[in-house]
Design a protein around this ligand. Structure first.
Ligand code: IMP
Length: 181
């Protein structure tokens, strides 16, 4: 049903599973003795973080933050708001931020600075998608699933107007979907 709105698939479900396995295994090796706190940025992180942490066979904690930078459209508005904060204490912790996509880098930068200010021992970023052509703030995620061109994508957590997050792959919408209103 949702598939009829998709012009092309960019990252298939099979590829996402391979990415989660590769990055999860790597993170598990590197954070084996650190009891990391994996922080997901809602809501986009949900599918990828879920798959990723199942591939990390080490002791860890998870927590979530809701930080918004986009307001239902396809353009970055630039203003960022913390809607939900962490429950966990971050002082002295090794933190892995899990993201669906890094575009301008603004969201990640704000969250990284906040966690460091609160005394995190280390903060690294794992993202399913990286869109370096969209970068405004200097941010280099340490763990990247796949680099994509500057194109608006949906699926596997990524939305257009809060929809399509539940697609099991990442794809590009048909232009008619944007031009509906
Ligand atoms: P940044 O602050 O510009 O790096 O934006 C990160 C957030 O913007 C992501 O967590 C997404 O919610 C949203 N975003 C950026 N690019 C896309 C896209 O292509 N599709 C859907 N959401 C996007």
């Amino acid at each position: 049903m949702l598939e009829k709105d998709i012009e092309k698939v960019i990252v298939s479900n099979e590829d996402i599973n391979k990415i989660a396995k590769r990055l999860g295994t790597q993170l598990a090796e590197e954070y084996r003795d650190q009891f990391p706190l994996v922080v997901g940025l809602l809501k986009g992180c949900v599918p990828f973080m879920g798959t990723l942490i199942q591939n990390m066979d080490i002791p860890m904690e998870i927590d979530f933050m809701d930080v918004s930078s986009y307001h239902g459209g396809i353009e970055s508005s630039g203003d960022i708001k913390i809607n939900k904060d962490l429950d966990a204490q971050v002082k002295g912790r090794d933190i892995i931020i899990a993201e669906d996509i890094v575009d301008t880098g603004r969201t990640i930068k704000v969250v990284m600075d906040l966690l460091k200010y609160r005394g995190a021992k280390s903060v690294s970023v794992v993202t399913l998608l990286d869109k370096p052509a969209g970068r405004i703030v200097e941010i280099d995620p340490e763990y990247i699933g796949v680099t994509i061109p500057k194109e608006f994508v949906v699926g596997y957590g990524l939305d257009y107007d809060e929809q399509y997050r539940n697609l099991p792959y990442v794809g590009v919408l048909k232009p008619k979907v944007y031009n509906k209103e």
